[in-house]
Design a protein around this ligand. Structure first.
Ligand code: ZN
Length: 292
């Protein structure tokens, strides 16, 4: 099972969340069967959502990343909660694009280079917290960094990566979120810049067999990091017949009546796990008062 590890520098100025998300992204791939570039895009978004959800205060809290760019993949959604569960959805899973000149999958091309990233935090208040930033590149890590800089004023380094095999299975996936807390000194900031500048990509490091603990030591070299906590994470959809029924009912009587006049049953699929729920359309039609 994938594990998310959080560590903090000895003097408390720098905190890192890191995740080898290979299994989570592989589970996503099994549900959605996306093309390679969409696997990379949704895999990065899921990994980012899990890393960000690790900063939530309560297990009951949840965080949704909603990425709406002008690219062919359309809307991408990733939802993660304080218990380490994540699920994702993409509007167009089958987008095919040529690889970039540097040999990498063109995630920014699939997502689009302009659009909006929304971060929705449901932290048990009446209304969820919503922060929005324009996309920087659609490559996702840069967009999450920009969100933290703009909406939360937290200096952040984010790295996300997904390596897809030729047969479309997920070879490696992972990422980290490094954040400077208000106490960080100029010296610490410049040392972090040096450390980050030396880093290979997350998927390269995982490919070489490095553990997340070793990668923490590289990122926080010179900071004597201590592990704060570890959370098991997984792709998990919490949909239920009742919840899908509520969504169907919310179409309203006029629409429900119309559907019932055309078909006896209706099959609705959960957009996160593709589980199908079948309902009798007549069960949702209230008697027409005009005919009583
Ligand atoms: Zn589901």
């Amino acid at each position: 099972m994938s594990k998310l590890v959080r560590a903090i520098s000895e003097n408390g100025g720098v905190v890192v969340s890191i995740l080898d998300s290979t299994e989570v992204v592989a589970q996503m791939e099994a549900f959605h069967h996306p093309s390679a570039v969409v696997s990379a895009a949704l895999g990065r978004l899921l990994t980012g959502a899990l890393l960000m959800a690790a900063t939530l205060k309560s297990e009951e809290d949840s965080l949704t990343l909603r990425l709406k760019g002008d690219g062919p993949a359309g809307l991408l959604l990733a939802v993660a909660d304080g218990r380490g569960n994540a699920k994702g959805y993409v509007e167009q899973p089958c987008v095919e694009l040529p690889v970039r000149a540097d040999g990498k999958l063109d995630v920014g091309g699939a997502v689009g280079h302009t659009g909006i990233l929304s971060v929705v935090k449901d932290i048990g208040l009446k209304e969820p917290y919503i922060g929005q930033v324009p996309l920087v590149s659609g490559e996702i890590a840069e967009d999450l960094t920009s969100y933290y800089a703009t909406s939360e004023q937290i200096p952040t380094v984010c790295a996300l990566g997904v390596l897809v095999e030729r047969d479309l299975t997920i070879k490696r996936a992972g990422g980290y979120l490094l954040q400077l807390l208000p106490g960080a000194s100029e010296e610490e900031i410049s040392l972090i810049e040096t450390n980050v500048g030396r880093m290979q990509s997350m998927t390269e490091l995982l490919e070489q067999g490095h553990t997340v603990y070793e990668i923490i030591d590289m990122l926080l070299s010179g900071f004597n990091p201590n592990v704060l906590d570890e959370t098991a994470v997984q792709y998990h959809c919490d949909c239920s017949r009742k919840r899908v029924e509520q969504i169907y009912r919310s179409l309203g009587q006029k629409e429900l009546r119309q559907i019932a006049s055309e078909q006896e049953t209706v099959e609705l699929k959960c957009q996160f796990c593709n589980k199908a729920y079948t309902f009798k359309t007549a069960d949702f039609v209230k008697p027409d008062p005009a005919q009583q």
